[in-house]
Design a protein around this ligand. Structure first.
Ligand SMILES: [Ca+2]
Length: 111
């Protein structure tokens, strides 16, 4: 299960981080998880390079995408999902389009 307070938080931290090999899992990892920080970083880098988390379709996987994923996992919809975000060059800009893309392409089960 993908959770906003662990998985989405880790994604946000890693997508925003510019320093390699930093453990960004402090207070953000499920205590029962045996996945290492290095494994998480490798997974996020693979998603970033393949644009697998380019939710808005602007050609970059970054903090904006992580925020959209976190909001969606928390149940945000429609205008609340996109409030305060800029989508100048994004191919997906509406809350409905973003949610559909995450369900279809990321396999997320959204509330
Ligand atoms: Ca993006």
């Amino acid at each position: 299960m993908v959770r906003p307070h662990t998985d989405a938080l880790l994604l946000a931290r890693y997508l925003a981080n510019t320093a390699p090999n930093v453990d960004l899992t402090a207070n953000a990892k499920n205590p029962t998880s045996v996945v290492t920080a290095a494994t998480i970083q490798a997974a996020v880098e693979a998603m970033r390079e393949g644009l697998a988390v380019d939710v808005d379709g602007d050609g970059a996987a970054n903090s904006k995408d992580a925020l959209i994923i976190m909001r969606a996992l928390l149940g945000f919809r429609d205008a609340t999902l996109t409030q305060g975000l800029t989508f100048n060059s994004s191919s997906r800009q509406s809350g409905a389009d973003l949610r559909t893309w995450m369900v279809t392409n990321c396999g997320l089960v959204l509330p």
